[in-house]
Design a protein around this ligand. Structure first.
Ligand code: CP
Length: 294
């Protein structure tokens, strides 16, 4: 049985098959290929896009979705996540989608289940479905020609699980990853070129990925305020100019901190395309993991 804990759980060929299915799902009407299947979502951290898009994807394929309201679940009575998952698993779902603040938690749940676990974000570590939809968005924009493209991932690269998954995934498809961050958000490794200011590299870029500062994971003590941070890290029309660049952001966007209001309206900004693609990619992942389950 296959799980999706990190993007390396899928080979390059499997990812391209997922993209082919996602492309079809974007064009086609809802179907019933997962009719009779039940997907449980367990979100121990807040979500708008990931949770809704998994639910919509499942319903578009004819599956039923049970979303555990963690706030009113027996977790509040002291039940451990492992017991919660073992009990949900005893109800025989066909897949469990889980988001949690603890890095590595989805991996450690694998021994408690008889169905695929899909990681919908674990702490600072990984957000594999987000990285796959980001790569799909890039790949569709460039008609599959990702080799040699250059991206700058800008902002809180140290604490962002989206950055973590993209750092690992994009180079497998020939995309050069550059990281742009203030010292307090720098990734502690020499594996990538790192810059303090995007102006140092912007002329070489094809793609910018802006990130939200993960205030739930740290105190922004380095800057007096997000407005001070924004002076160097907000992506604006003035910064991008007339360059042939696409701009991504996983959401939620802090307007005028991560991306200016005006740049959010620019056709080069693909934030809502990413969200639309997220439903198709998650549908393709559900199809693969549930129908290939042995
Ligand atoms: N990109 C993302 O994970 O958004 P949500 O937190 O709204 O799910």
């Amino acid at each position: 049985m296959q799980h999706l804990i990190r993007t390396s759980d899928f080979s390059k060929e499997e990812i391209l098959d997922i993209f082919a299915d996602a492309r079809e799902f974007l064009k086609s009407k809802p179907n019933e290929i997962l009719k009779g299947k039940i997907i449980v979502t367990l979100f121990f951290e807040n979500s708008t896009r990931t949770r809704s898009s998994f639910e919509i994807a499942a319903k578009r394929l004819g599956a039923e979705v049970v979303s555990l309201d963690v706030g009113t679940s027996s977790a509040s009575k002291g039940e451990t996540i492992y017991d919660t998952v073992a009990n949900i698993n005893a109800m025989k779902p066909d897949a469990i989608v889980v988001r949690h603040s603890e890095c590595g938690l989805p991996e450690s749940l694998k021994g408690f289940v008889g169905c695929p676990i899909i990681n919908a974000g674990d702490g600072r570590h990984s957000h594999p479905t987000q990285a796959l939809l980001d790569l799909f968005t890039i790949s569709e924009h460039y008609n599959g020609e990702t080799e040699g493209k250059k991206i700058a991932i800008v902002g809180d690269v140290r604490n962002s699980r989206v950055a973590g998954s993209n750092r690992r995934l994009l180079p497998r498809f020939g995309i050069e990853v550059n990281l742009v961050a203030p010292d307090c958000f720098k990734y502690e490794s020499d594996d990538f070129k790192q810059y303090n200011n995007i102006r140092e590299i912007i002329d070489e870029l094809d793609i910018i990925m802006s990130l939200r500062s993960q205030l739930e994971r740290h105190n922004l003590t380095y800057f007096e305020s997000l407005n001070e941070y924004a002076k160097d890290y907000c992506i604006t029309n003035e910064l991008v100019g007339d360059r042939d660049i696409i701009l991504l952001h996983p959401g939620p966007v802090n307007r005028n901190i991560d991306i200016s209001d005006e740049m959010l309206k620019d056709p080069r900004t693909k934030v809502l395309t990413q969200v639309t693609n997220g439903v198709a990619i998650r549908a393709a992942i559900l199809k693969k993991l549930i129908l290939n389950k042995i």
